[in-house]
Design a binder for this molecule. Structure first.
Ligand code: ATP
Ligand code: MG
Length: 599
C-alpha cells in the first residue's frame, strides 16, 4: 500500500521518519543521562543528610533520648521538602523515633535494617504515586543503631518529564522544519518525474511530437534527453515501418497477379484487388471466409489439403488446377503457397499467389497442333510432288499428261514455298523484330486484279467478283507483301465457304486512305472467335473435318497491315459469311530499314 504512494510523499515520510527516529534516540539518551545524574545527586544529598543527622544524634542514641531524637527527626524532615520520613532505630531494631505524626505507616516498620560500618544502604521503594529512595546509615558504626531517611525521587521525575516534553516539542519543531524544507525538494524531484511519466503515457497513446526540456545536467536531464532520443527513434522507426507497409500495400493492391493470405485455420486474412476481381467479389466479401465458403466443394478440399501440406512441412507448395473464374471462363492456374510466420517465428498462416498459365497451356497446345498440322501440310504436297516426279522419271506419261504433271509439281512447290515463307515470317516476328516493308509506288487496282485473276484460274469452285475505280489507285506499299495479304484473305474466303458461293472484292478511296474489302458467304465466325482470330496458331474451327491450315495466316496478315500503318477489321456472322476490311494510308510513313528474309 505504502509502495503505491506518490514519490514526494515517500520522500517526506522518509525525512520525517529520520527526524523522529533521531529525535527519539537523542531523547532516550539525554533522559537516561539526566535521570542518572539527578539520581546520583539526590542520593548523594540524601546520604550526606542522613550522615549529618546520624552524627548530631549519636549522643541522643546513646542516651535513648527519644524526645530529642523525635525532635531532630521532625526538624530535619521539615527542613528538607523532599524528605518523606526519618526513622531512628536502635541496634536491636527497635524504633527509637520517627518523623511521622501519631500514626506510623506499618509498611515501613519492616525496614528496620540499616547499614553497618561506614556504608550507606540505599533501597528504591515504590510508594504508589511516587518513588522513594530509602537510605539507611549506621550511627557510630552501627554499634548503637542507625537511621533511615526516605527521600522522594519526585523532583527527578518532574525534571525528566519536563525534559521529555521539551524533547518532544523539539522533535515536533524539527519535524515541521524538515517537512517545510523537504517539501519543495520532494516536489522538485517528483515534478520532472511526473512530466516524464506523462510524456511516456502520451508516447504510448500515439503522441509523437512530445519533447522534454533538457536544461538541467542532473539525472533528470539525462532521463529527459534519453526520452527525447527514444521519441525521435520511435518516430523514425514508425515512419520507416509506415513507408514499408504503404509500399507493401501499394505493391499488393496494384499487383496484377492475384495474391491472398489466410490464417492457420484457413480463414482469409486479406487479398488484393486482382484476387477479388478474379472471383468477382469485393475484398470485404472475401476476408474472414473459409475455402468451403469461397470455392466449390471439390476445389475447397483440394486447396485445404495443400494448405495442410504447407503448414505441416513448412515448405512452399506449387500445384496447377483448372478453375472457373467469375467470368465463367476456364483458367489453368498455378497456385504458389508458402508459410508465413509471426514475430516469434511461429507459423501464422499461408500466403498464396495465383499464376494464370492458361495462355501458356493454350499456346503449348496450339504449338503442338501446329507442328502436326505443318507436318501434315508439308506431307500432302510433297507426296503429290514425289508421285508425279516418279511418273515423269518412268517416262510412261503422255505428252499432255507430262505438262499437267509438271504444272502440278510447280503448284505444290509454290504452296510449299509459301508455307516456308509463312514459317520464316513467324520466326522473324517471334524473335521480336518489327516487320519492315520494301515500300514503293504500288497500284492497288492492278495488284488486286492480278491476284484475283490467279485465284479465278486455280480455284474454279468459287465465283470471284471484283469492283474497283476505273483509275489506278496508287499507294506507297510493299507490293509483294500486300499480295501476300490479299492471297491469305482470298484463300480463307475460299477455305471457309462452300463451293459455288461468291467472293466479293472491292477497293476504293476514303480521303487520304484507301480500302480493300473481301466478303464471302461462308461459315462465318462468332464474336468470341473474331476476338482471337489474329492470335498466332488460332484456328476457330479446329475440327478434323475443318480445312487444313496453320492458324498463322491472319497473324501474318495483321503484322503486314500494321507495318503499313494500316488497320484491319473483321465483321462476321456465323452461317452467313465474313467481311474483312483493310484500310491503308496512301503515303508511306516511316523509313525503310530492312527487308524480310526470303523475299
Ligand atoms: P493458314 O491461313 O495459316 O493456312 P488458317 O486459315 O486456319 O491457316 P488463319 O488464316 O489465321 O489460319 O485464320 C484463323 C482462323 O480463323 C481459321 O482457322 C478460321 O477458323 C477462321 N477464319 C479465317 N478467315 C475466315 C473466314 N473468311 N470465314 C470463316 N472463318 C475464318
Ligand atoms: Mg488462312
Amino acid at each position: 500500500m505504502g509502495l503505491n504512494l506518490p514519490l514526494r510523499f515517500k520522500l517526506l515520510f522518509l525525512t520525517l521518519s529520520v527526524v523522529v527516529c533521531f529525535g527519539v534516540a537523542i531523547g532516550f539518551y539525554v533522559t537516561a543521562r539526566v535521570t542518572g545524574d539527578l539520581s546520583n545527586e539526590l542520593l548523594k544529598r540524601g546520604v550526606s543528610i542522613a550522615r549529618h543527622i546520624a552524627e548530631i544524634s549519636a549522643e541522643d542514641f546513646i542516651e535513648h533520648n527519644h524526645l530529642h531524637l523525635q525532635y531532630l527527626a521532625r526538624e530535619h524532615q521539615t527542613a528538607e521538602a523532599d524528605i518523606r520520613y526519618i526513622l531512628m532505630i536502635d541496634r536491636d531494631g527497635e524504633l527509637l523515633a520517627h518523623s511521622f505524626g501519631a500514626t506510623f505507616p506499618a509498611g515501613l516498620a519492616k525496614l528496620n535494617r540499616y547499614g553497618s560500618g561506614e556504608d550507606a544502604v540505599i533501597k528504591r521503594l515504590d510508594a504508589g504515586s511516587e518513588v522513594i529512595y530509602d537510605i539507611a546509615v549506621p550511627v557510630l558504626d552501627g554499634r548503637i543503631g542507625g537511621l533511615r531517611i526516605g527521600i522522594s525521587a519526585e523532583p527527578i521525575s518532574t525534571a525528566v518529564n519536563t525534559l521529555i516534553r521539551e524533547i518532544l516539542v523539539a522533535i515536533l519543531l524539527i519535524g515541521i522544519l524538515a517537512f517545510a524544507l523537504t517539501l519543495p525538494a520532494a516536489q522538485a524531484i517528483a515534478r520532472p518525474l511526473t512530466s516524464l511519466t506523462r510524456a511516456i503515457n502520451g508516447l504510448s497513446k500515439g503522441r509523437r511530437d512530445l519533447q522534454l526540456p533538457v536544461d538541467r545536467r542532473d539525472e533528470i536531464g539525462v532521463l529527459n534527453d534519453a526520452f527525447n532520443q527514444m521519441a525521435t527513434d520511435v518516430r523514425q522507426v514508425e515512419k520507416r515501418l509506415a513507408a514499408q507497409v504503404h509500399f507493401l500495400q501499394v505493391l499488393m493492391a496494384d499487383l496484377p497477379v492475384p495474391v491472398f493470405y489466410k490464417d492457420q485455420t484457413g480463414r482469409m486474412l486479406g487479398c488484393n484487388r486482382a484476387f477479388a476481381d478474379f472471383w468477382g467479389k469485393q475484398i470485404d466479401e472475401i476476408v474472414g471466409r473459409s475455402a468451403a465458403e469461397l470455392y466449390p466443394p471439390e476445389d475447397a478440399s483440394l486447396h485445404l489439403g495443400k494448405d495442410a501440406e504447407v503448414l505441416g512441412e513448412g515448405q512452399p507448395v506449387v500445384y496447377e488446377h483448372a478453375v472457373t473464374g467469375a467470368d465463367g471462363k476456364q483458367y489453368a492456374i498455378v497456385f504458389h503457397k508458402a508459410l508465413f510466420r509471426d514475430e516469434e517465428g511461429q507459423p501464422a498462416g499461408i500466403v498464396g499467389v495465383m499464376h494464370d498459365v492458361t495462355l501458356q497451356r493454350e499456346s503449348a497446345r496450339m504449338k503442338s497442333d501446329f507442328v502436326s498440322t505443318v507436318a501434315h501440310e508439308f506431307q500432302t504436297p510433297l507426296a503429290t510432288i514425289l508421285g508425279f516426279s516418279e511418273l515423269l522419271q518412268d517416262n510412261t506419261l503422255e505428252e499432255s499428261d507430262r505438262a499437267e504433271a509438271l504444272k502440278t509439281i510447280m503448284r505444290k512447290s509454290e504452296a510449299l514455298s509459301q508455307m516456308v515463307d509463312e514459317l520464316l515470317d513467324l520466326a522473324r516476328l517471334e524473335s521480336g523484330r518489327q516487320m519492315t516493308m520494301d515500300k514503293a509506288d504500288c497500284n492497288l487496282v492492278e495488284l488486286l486484279d492480278e491476284t484475283i485473276g490467279g485465284f479465278r484460274k486455280r480455284m474454279t469452285t468459287h465465283l470471284f467478283h471484283f469492283e474497283a475505280p476505273a483509275t489506278p489507285l496508287v499507294i506507297q506499299a510493299d507490293g509483294q507483301r500486300l499480295t501476300q495479304v490479299v492471297e491469305n484473305l482470298l484463300s480463307n474466303a475460299v477455305k471457309y465457304s462452300d463451293a459455288g458461293s461468291a467472293i466479293h472484292v472491292s477497293t476504293g478511296l476514303n480521303g487520304k486512305r484507301c480500302h480493300i474489302v473481301i466478303r464471302d458467304e461462308g461459315v462465318g465466325m462468332s464474336p468470341e472467335q473474331i476476338e482471337h482470330v489474329f492470335d498466332k496458331f488460332y484456328r476457330a474451327n479446329a475440327t478434323s473435318s475443318a480445312p487444313v491450315g496453320t492458324g498463322l495466316g491472319l497473324f501474318i496478315v495483321k503484322s503486314i497491315v500494321d507495318a503499313h500503318h494500316g488497320e484491319i477489321h473483321i465483321n462476321s456472322v456465323l452461317g452467313q459469311g465474313t467481311t474483312v476490311t483493310i484500310s491503308l494510308p496512301l503515303k508511306a510513313e516511316g523509313r525503310i530499314e530492312e527487308q524480310l528474309p526470303g523475299r
